[in-house]
Design a protein around this ligand. Structure first.
Ligand code: AMP
Ligand code: MN
Ligand code: MN
Ligand code: MN
Length: 280
C-alpha cells in the first residue's frame, strides 16, 4: 500500500509551513499521495500542486470546510475539488467573512477578560490575512505567556465556557457537501472521533451526509486511537462509505503525528483513493 496522507494544513489556513514546504516535508517522509486540505480556503493548492509535480508526488486538491450541524461544529473534507468552481469559491468566501467577524468577537471577548491586543496579535500570526482562526489566537496567547502550549491555551481560553469562546454559525452540512460535489470532488467527514456524538446522533449525521451526496469518512487520523479507527471503519462499511486517512498535520512543533506517519486502514475498508483511481 502506498504512503498516503489526505488531510493536512499549510499557512494558508492554520498550519505553519508554506504549501511548498509542506509538500517537501511530505516527500521527505515518503508520502506518495498527498492532499492539502486547508480550512475554508483553496489558495495553497496551486503552489502545493506545482511543488508536488517537481518532487514526483501525486497531489490531490483538497479543502476542509467548517460546518454547523445540530449546533455543533463538524468538519467536512473535500477531495479532488476544483478550486476554480464558482459554487465552491462563493461558499468558502462566505465562511471566511464569518471568520473575520468571529475574530473581532473573540478579540473583544478576550479584552473583557483582561487580554488586550489579541485581535491584532492573531492577525500577525496569520500567513493568509483572509483566513483567521482560533489557532492564530492560540499562538498569540502562547507567545505572550498566557499558556505553555497551543493545546493548553485551547483548554484555558478558546473552548465552550472559557473567556475567548464565542458561538458561531458555519456553513450548513448540505451546502458544504453540495459545493464539494458541484466542484467534482468527494466529501468526507473529517475526524469523526472528535465530535463526541452519541451513536444515534452519529448515525443521523451519516444519513444526512449521505443524502446530501457525501461519500467518505476519515477512519485513520491522528486524533483516533486504533479502537476508534476500527469503530469508524465499521461505520464506513455499514453506511457504504469510502474510508480516508490523513494526519491533520499543522506544525512540526504542535502536531503529534507527522505527515504520512499513519497506521494502515483496518481490514475490509474500501480506500477512497481506489474510488478515484477507478474513475468513480
Ligand atoms: P477554528 O476553525 O478557527 O475554530 O479553529 C479550529 C482549529 O483549531 C482546528 O482545526 C485545530 O487546528 C485547532 N484546535 C481545535 N481544538 C484544539 C485543541 N483542543 N488543541 C489544539 N488545537 C485545537
Ligand atoms: Mn486547524
Ligand atoms: Mn478539522
Ligand atoms: Mn484539519
Amino acid at each position: 500500500m502506498p504512503i498516503i496522507d489526505l488531510h493536512c494544513h499549510s499557512n494558508i489556513s492554520d498550519g505553519v509551513l508554506s504549501p511548498r514546504e509542506l509538500v517537501a516535508r511530505a516527500s521527505a517522509n515518503g508520502v506518495e499521495i498527498l492532499a492539502l486540505t486547508d480550512h475554508d480556503d483553496c489558495d495553497g493548492l496551486c503552489e502545493a500542486g506545482s511543488a508536488a509535480l517537481d518532487l514526483g508526488i501525486e497531489f490531490v486538491n483538497g479543502v476542509e470546510i467548517s460546518v454547523t450541524w445540530r449546533g455543533r461544529t463538524i468538519h467536512v473534507v473535500g477531495l479532488n475539488v476544483d478550486p476554480e468552481n464558482a459554487d465552491l469559491q462563493g461558499g468558502l468566501g462566505s465562511i471566511r467573512e464569518g471568520r473575520a467577524k468571529r475574530a473581532r468577537e473573540i478579540g473583544d471577548a478576550l479584552s473583557r477578560a483582561g487580554i488586550s491586543g489579541s485581535f491584532e496579535g492573531a492577525y500577525a500570526f496569520a500567513g493568509n490575512k483572509n483566513l483567521i482562526g482560533r489557532t492564530h489566537f492560540a499562538r498569540f496567547l502562547v507567545s505572550n505567556g498566557y499558556a505553555k502550549d497551543v493545546q493548553s491555551v485551547f483548554r484555558k481560553f478558546l473552548v465552550g465556557g472559557k473567556p475567548g469562546n464565542v458561538s458561531h454559525d458555519w456553513a450548513k452540512l448540505s451546502d458544504a457537501v453540495s459545493w464539494i460535489v458541484a466542484s467534482g470532488g468527494m466529501a468526507v467527514i473529517a475526524h469523526p472521533g472528535r465530535y463526541e456524538l452519541s451513536t444515534e446522533a452519529f448515525k443521523s449525521l451519516l444519513c444526512e451526509f449521505r443524502e446530501a451526496g457525501g461519500q467518505g469518512i476519515e477512519v485513520v487520523t491522528s486524533s483516533h486511537t486504533r479502537d476508534m479507527a476500527i469503530r469508524f471503519g465499521d461505520f464506513a462499511k455499514r453506511f457504504d462509505l469510502y474510508a480516508s486517512m490523513g494526519s491533520d498535520f499543522h506544525s512540526p512543533e504542535e502536531s503529534r503525528v507527522d505527515l504520512g506517519r499513519l497506521p494502515l486502514l483496518p481490514e475490509g475498508c474500501t480506500p477512497i483513493w481506489e474510488a478515484w483511481k477507478a474513475g468513480n
